[in-house]
Design a protein around this ligand. Sequence first.
Ligand code: SAM
Length: 212
Amino acid sequence: MITNEFWLDRWKTGRIGFHQEGVNPKLIEFWPTLPKGSRVLVPLCGKSNDMIWLAEQGYQVTGVELSSLAVIQFLGDNDLTYETHQEGELKIHTVNGLPLRIVEGDYFLFNETEFDACYDRAAMVAMPDSKRAEYVAHTLERLTLSACLLLISLRYDGEEQGPPFSVDEDSISTLWGQQIQRIACENLAQTNPTYKEQGHVIFEESVWRIQP
Ligand SMILES: C[S@@+](CC[C@H](N)C(=O)[O-])C[C@H]1O[C@@H](n2cnc3c(N)ncnc32)[C@H](O)[C@@H]1O
């Protein structure tokens, strides 16, 4: 069962293979140009450097992450100073010198709205089947009607031992709505031997976008 304790334990024991050192190349390639100061939501953000890139583009970035360890590592690794205040059950860490906040706590308790855009890498696919629809609905509720979304999803063959979970194309449009479009797709099993060694013929990473 994928519970909050599962994730807290992954961070405690350093099993964070999902973390990438650099900025995700798909983010740089496909992120739409939005007005400076647009509010960008990064759900289940881990300690992703993608948030630094987004903040450096001049967006007001809000990441939401359950694990205090992830938050401390993110702020420490990037040499960031910050101020913290409590809002209900959530801790808000506001970074000095960059338009960036990290909200520490359960995403499902995060109720801010009116975000202009959302970046989802390894967030939807971290959600088990039973929680995925709730995750997407909760995310859509956080966004304005004309918000943009950039989503990186995975679909693979063979036995499912998520996270990450495999999500097929049909359920992506069912969950996110008809506006979502696939803009890129790469079978990592063809380009990266690790996936082949794990027995996959298909390990497809797709980039999806909502851009009203
Ligand atoms: C697969 S990782 C992806 C992290 C990040 N998006 C990245 O690309 O590196 C999923 C993250 O979601 C966090 N998480 C899981 N459930 C959560 C929840 N209910 N609220 C907030 N964060 C959560 C986990 O602690 C973990 O850091």
